[in-house]
Design a protein around this ligand. Structure first.
Ligand SMILES: Nc1ncnc2c1ncn2[C@@H]1O[C@H](COP(=O)(O)OP(=O)(O)O)[C@@H](O)[C@H]1O
Ligand SMILES: [Mg+2]
Length: 254
């Protein structure tokens, strides 16, 4: 896929993420991994899919986009969740240790769906969905109930997560990620623990609700088969291994 360097250096008005030459190096047990992002632009309202096998760096990229993980190096890493704001220089925030700004941006503008939900076991479904609103001090306005209705879990609001099926738990996790109406929702293999039928069902519910909430979607999956009909833009992605198997490198662009 072309990197269109000229086009991506000029942020459009609606550009949410703009990355240039972002690198993350990781190492575990003498085996090194490097993720390189020569150029990536994500515009408002896009639905993005990042597809790759296990260990190819999907979570690494998503965690950088959610400001959970600091890049090892970056020429540019800008984030503008709302058109009227100036773009935030994310890399500068990391460099100078401005973690409060990154944390506030994450809470306000990003929803995150983890592979296995990450629900709090001692809270009810309603309280779990409301968590993302609670930390922002948003008042109750029916959003939680509306989401529960849309996601088919309206009858489960009083239950604890351990009384739900895996598919229902993932729908609660999706509700929580969207309840504060974030500009961006990031989902890390949200249906990997479901059977193919449930996975398809949950995925189309997720994309439908994200669209209703005008959220930009960034989704990682190891299986393109389930989602290729759903109109996502797939990021170009190439993984190579060094001859001695000591370095794996993934290059992502889009
Ligand atoms: N916390 C960590 N510390 C060191 N290396 C890690 C860590 N998490 C993941 N890695 C390594 O980074 C590489 C990419 O992992 P990851 O981004 O989790 O891939 P994916 O999500 O595609 O399965 C792997 O080689 C993995 O071992
Ligand atoms: Mg992962």
């Amino acid at each position: 896929m072309s990197t269109e360097t000229g086009a991506t250096t000029e942020p459009r008005h609606s550009t949410i993420y703009l990355l240039h030459d972002v690198v993350k190096n990781r190492e575990a047990k003498g085996v090194a991994f490097r993720l390189r992002v020569p150029s990536l632009r994500i515009d408002r309202g896009e639905k993005i899919a990042l597809i790759g096998e296990s260990g190819s760096g999907k979570s690494t990229l998503l965690d950088m986009l959610a400001f959970i993980l600091q890049p090892s190096a970056a020429s540019a890493f800008r984030f503008r969740p709302e058109d009227e704001q100036e773009p935030l220089d994310v890399d500068a925030c990391w460099q100078i240790g401005n973690l409060n700004v990154l944390g506030d941006m994450r809470k306000r503008h990003i929803g995150y769906v983890m592979q296995t939900g990450g629900l709090l076991p001692y809270l009810s479904v309603r309280e779990n969905i409301n968590l993302s609103r609670g930390v922002l001090g948003l008042r109750r306005d029916g959003t939680v109930e509306h989401l529960a209705e849309r996601l088919g879990i309206a009858n489960q609001l009083k239950k604890r997560p351990d009384a739900l099926s895996t598919g229902e738990r993932q729908r609660v996790a999706i509700g929580r990620a969207l309840a504060h109406r974030p500009a961006i929702v990031i989902a890390d293999e949200p249906t990997a623990s479901l059977d193919p039928y449930a996975a398809e069902n949950v995925m189309s519910l997720f994309l439908g609700v994200a669209e209703e909430f005008n959220s930009t979607v960034i989704l990682a999956s190891h299986a393109w088969r389930h989602i290729k009909e759903l109109g996502l833009r797939r990021l170009a992605h190439r993984t190579t291994h060094s001859a001695d198997s000591k370095l794996t490198e993934t290059v992502v662009s889009g």
